[in-house]
Ligand binder design. Structure first.
Ligand SMILES: [Zn+2]
Length: 316
C-alpha cells in the first residue's frame, strides 16, 4: 500500500512516496512560500499530484512546523509560516484523492526515527531535534504522545532558566534559547565579541561577530578549535541537563538527538551524556538511557508523516 508524506518546513517542502516497508520510491523538494498561505497550499497539492503519478495512493500525511489542533484538522499557529487558524486538512483534502492527515513536523520526524531509524525496537522514546529551534517528539508505549490539546512534546519551550532570554513563543528562558543551533551561533558571536584568546579562530573566520555563520562554527568545531568546542560543550551540557529532567518525567529507554547539529555525532553526544548523568535523579539506582543521534535526518519528517497517515485514525 502506497502513501505520500509531505514535510512543510520554514525553508523547504520535502515530499516522498513510500511503500508498505517505508521504502522511498519517489521524492521531491521545493522552496517554501512561507508567507503566502495560498501559494503554499498550491505547492503542496502540486507535489502530491506529482509524486502520485498513476500509482494508487491510499493516504497522504502532511507535516507542518506549527501547533496542530487535537483533531488534526487545523494549524493553529506557526512561528515561521503564515498559518494562523488555518484549516489545512480541508484545504488539501478537497483537491487530492486519498485521505489526508495533518501532523506536527517534529512529531512526524520522531515517529520516523521510532519506526525506521535510531529508535526502532524501543517502546518509549524521546526525540530532541536540535536545529534552528529545539523540537521534540515523545513516544510512550508505542504511541505518539500528542497531549490533551494536540500540542504536547514541545520540549524546546520547557523553562530552562527562570526569567532568561526572550523566546519566540512569548516566554523567557526556554530551552530553545540555550540548546538550539541558533543558540550555538549566538554563543559563538558572544565569544568573538569577548576578544578572549580562544575566540581567535572564529574571529579569523568571520572578521566580526555579526558576520559569523553556523557553517563557520561547524568548520571550527571540525578543526578541533578550542573556542568552538567550548561553546559546543556548553550547548551539550544545557541539553543534557534538560534530558535529565525529561528522564525524571517520562523515563524513556532511548533519547534520539536529531536536527542539523546532530551531524556532529559523538562530539555533541559526549557533553550531553556527561550533564545528563550529573543531573539524573537517583543516579546509580536506575538504568541509564541509550543516547544516540538520528539516522534519517533529511527525510524523517516526510517518511514519518506518510507512515502516520497509513495508520490513519488508529495513530491518534
Ligand atoms: Zn519558548
Amino acid at each position: 500500500m502506497l502513501s505520500i508524506g509531505i514535510d512543510i518546513g520554514g525553508t523547504k517542502i520535502a515530499g516522498c512516496l513510500i511503500d508498505g516497508d517505508a521504502k522511498v520510491l519517489r521524492e521531491e523538494r521545493v522552496p517554501t512560500p512561507a508567507q503566502d498561505t495560498e501559494a503554499l497550499v498550491d505547492a503542496v497539492v502540486a507535489m502530491i499530484n506529482s509524486l502520485k503519478v498513476d500509482d494508487e495512493v491510499s493516504s497522504v500525511g502532511v507535516a507542518a512546523a506549527g501547533f496542530i489542533d487535537a483533531e488534526g484538522s487545523m494549524v493553529r499557529y506557526s512561528p515561521n509560516l503564515s498559518f494562523r487558524n488555518e484549516p489545512l486538512k480541508a484545504k488539501i483534502q478537497e483537491r487530492v484523492s486519498g485521505e489526508v492527515f495533518i501532523e506536527n513536523d517534529a512529531n512526524a520526524a520522531g515517529w520516523a526515527e521510532y519506526r525506521f531509524g535510531a529508535g526502532r525496537g524501543s517502546k518509549n522514546m524521546v526525540m530532541v531535534t536540535v536545529g534552528t529551534g529545539v523540537g521534540g517528539a515523545i513516544v510512550t508505549n508505542g504511541k505518539l504522545m500528542r497531549g490533551g490539546f494536540g500540542i504536547g512534546g514541545e520540549i524546546g519551550h520547557m523553562n530552562f532558566i527562570p526569567n532568561g532570554k526572550d523566546c519566540g513563543c512569548g516566554q523567557k528562558g526556554c530551552l530553545e534559547q540555550y540548546g538550539s543551533g541558533t543558540a550555538l551561533l549566538n554563543m559563538g558571536k558572544d565569544l568573538v565579541r569577548s576578544g578572549k584568546p580562544e575566540a581567535k579562530r572564529l574571529t579569523d573566520l568571520c572578521g566580526s561577530a555579526d558576520e559569523l555563520t553556523g557553517a563557520m562554527v561547524y568548520q571550527a568545531i571540525l578543526d578541533g578549535d578550542e573556542g568552538a568546542l567550548s561553546i559546543l560543550n556548553q550547548l551539550g551540557k544545557n541539553l543534557g541537563t534538560a534530558i535529565a529532567s525529561i528522564s525524571a518525567l517520562l523515563d524513556p529507554e532511548i533519547v534520539v538527538i536529531g536536527g542539523g547539529v546532530s551531524v556532529l555525532g559523538e562530539t555533541l553526544l559526549a557533553p550531553i551524556r556527561d550533564a545528563y548523568l550529573e543531573h539524573l535523579p537517583a543516579r546509580g539506582f536506575r538504568p541509564e538511557i541509550k543516547l544516540v543521534t538520528a539516522e534519517l535526518v533529511n527525510e524523517a519528517g516526510a517518511i514519518g508523516a506518510a507512515d502516520l497517515a497509513r495508520h490513519g485514525s488508529q495513530s491518534r
